[in-house]
Design a protein around this ligand. Sequence first.
Ligand SMILES: *Cc1c(COP(=O)(O)O)cnc(C)c1O
Length: 444
Amino acid sequence: MTMPEQRRILATAIPGPLSLERHATRKAELANGLGTTMPVFIDRAGGGVLVDIDGNHLIDMASGIAVTSVGASHPEVVRRVSEQVERFTHTCFLVTEYDGFVDVAAALNRLTPGDHAKKTALFSTGAEAVENAVKIARAATGRPAVVVLGHAYHGRTLLTMSMTSKNVPYKEGFGPFATEVYRVPSPYPYRWPSGPERAAEEAFEALKEIVTSQIGATNVAAIVAEPIQGEGGFIVPPPGYLKAVQEFANEHGIVFVADEIQTGLARTGAMFACEHEDVVPDLITTAKALAGGMPLAAVTGRAEIMDAVAAGGLGGTYAGNPVACAAALGALKAIESEGLVARAREIEERVRLRLEELVAPFSVVGEVRGRGAMIALEFVRPGTTEPAPEMAKAVVERCHQEGVLTLLCGTFGNVIRLLPPLVIPMDLLDEAVDVLVDAVRSVA
Ligand SMILES: *Cc1c(COP(=O)(O)O)cnc(C)c1O
């Protein structure tokens, strides 16, 4: 199968007639709880393009939520997956071993920040990686409590949903929640009450107060933080905050876990977003971009912490599936050999200034923020910082009609996030930004 033509093509209205028909069937067959951002059915995808069953070529500014950083059909991923499928699809690593699992672990031990001895365990989904990071931290410290941030997103399982901040749609009706999860304020510069320059220090003071006087530092197993908050709205913590938290954690024997599931593996213009802040986490969770679209996740960290769990305590039937591992080796090779870390920075340079032109005193765009190929626009009522989710939604819908797939995020649903594949051709990226900028102007 060849790569789809790297061009935006509007063959029908979007969604087209075939997609509309299938969507009606889907509605009848699938549970309502499964949402969809853009109701088009995809026939093939690769590079920076998704081709739907009506023949529309959409520009991909989502990467399946930061997953297909190397594109949805990178030749190196396709080749290795095909080869692996022919050899064997599964043994269960808990039953018999294979090289792919060990090779992915070794690659993550090498690529993650810090030159200490590291070990890795593989899983299938991001939520599972976060759950296991907590299990490992609890086993290593003998402590129960987990500290998370406001606006955090860590997944949809019971523990990770409990660690997630936003109620609707993630938590509403799904309680009771897991115990021993404590929340501290997120230093959200744009919305920090006393101003962005006070955010790092005041949020860190609040964390210290909550940990030492409310929970007791000796009861805390882990502090878990996304180095840039993803679903919460692409919130970049102010400089110094993560470093202060990491040092505080170290002082008190608390495991500092960086959830890099969305930010990791080149997305932000560094292999890991922690590197921008010179932070070396004790444990790091990865998933999304790890395996070029196949389900694979990992916890990587200090060998002595990772080894705290006795044999049999970690794993899962599908954890580190050989086909997913083959895909990961292809994706990691592409990230390294095609210089995708640098590409993410180029994407930022190409996009950021153009988007910043949309920010003005009475604009609907209150802020442009992010790092690398993880850039967002926050929508507000002109002249205020009051969230304007209906504005963001209108812009996204306009983009979709024009064949550009963009996503919303944010606690208030008022943030448009851009997560293009890192392999997107630059002219397609420019065209997607043209469409987005026009959509903002027309909605405003
Ligand atoms: C997506 C995400 C998760 C959950 O990953 P799943 O594979 O959907 O379970 C956890 N943490 C962060 C930061 C994420 O972006």
